[in-house]
Design a protein. Sequence first.
Lengths: 199, 202
Amino acid sequence: MGIFHKHIAQYTDEELMKEVIRNHSSLAITELHRRYSRKLLGYFIKMLQRDEDTANDFVQELFLRILEKKHLYDPEKRFYTWLFTIASNMCKTAYRRSPIVALSHDAHELQRHTVHGDDLAEKNRFKALLKESLDQLEHHHKTVFVLRYMEQFSLNEIADITETSLGTVKSRLFYATKKMTEHLKAFDPTYESTFFKLN
Amino acid sequence: MDKHLNNNEERLFDLLDQKDFDQLTAAEKAFVETHFSQAEYRLQRQMISESASLYETPSEAQPLVIPAKGNSFIGITIPLYQALIGIAATITLFLSIWPDQDEKTGAPNNKPALSRTDTIIQTKIIRDTVIRYKNYRNHEHTVQPRSASDEQFLAAQMRFLEANALELPDIVEELNRPAGNSLSNDPTSERLLKSTYQSDAK
């Protein structure tokens, strides 16, 4: 392609996106897909609790949506943030259409299958409970938790993605963590909630 | 709707978000322990750190399939708001060009007829069609009276025609009567002959 004067990998996301807007460049959109499809795939799996094939369909749909809505992209903003804004909205829509029901594992049942003192088993049990507690969160709490502690976005970026204020993001994270901790009490019998004595 | 955090909650959140219990300063530990037990703080930090590796990294995503261009109208897409503006502009233009279309199509008008003028003075007569007849005179064939006696003869003929003008409708009626009479019994023929003899006698 003559429009690219240097190797395509050297272009920033924003430059590639400009190329998509100007020339509907399939080369540019394919490069963006190469860069972010895997990360988005992981995000959809976490958020929607779906299998990899369904998550792949979401990734495909997301990039087609970028092509359709390319005029809505603000070149002053980071492409990566805009990408996750669309992904987050898609998850919200999917959640409204068919609310996700968390698969409940009885904590005591999990404990029964665990050999006490086995570190690996303990760790697995903790992870299972953590997943369960994450899936039981309300959608907006889950979104901020996944973006912050799984996708490693900054608080300001999460505010941009979720189109809320920084204060709202902090508040949602705070209460999300609180709810999850309550659920994880079963993991530690000695746990005694002294959560927010001031409240 | 989540309420906004107060100062203490926000400070707690910042510490939980960034530091393990062992990384806290003595003042921070003292602050944390007024709200949480040490075990509770550690559990929350463990939850946050374990979350990063909670899900396995997925394998590569399926390659992107871009549909062939040209499915849309003339190969381009426009935003919905632009399409709506275009439709609205077209309708406005249409109405401005044909404002009285309802009247022309004979749509019923429920408004009562009110005259806004009491007197109409016609100052100009406009005729849409003027037919003008032009008289051509053929000078070569014009018969000029040759003498005074000819002029007198013509004047006498005119007077005779004027005098008998009242009888002409009767003649027309007779002419329109169905044929079938003999010449001697036909009153029209009789009158014509009579008038001819009279004019000859004069």
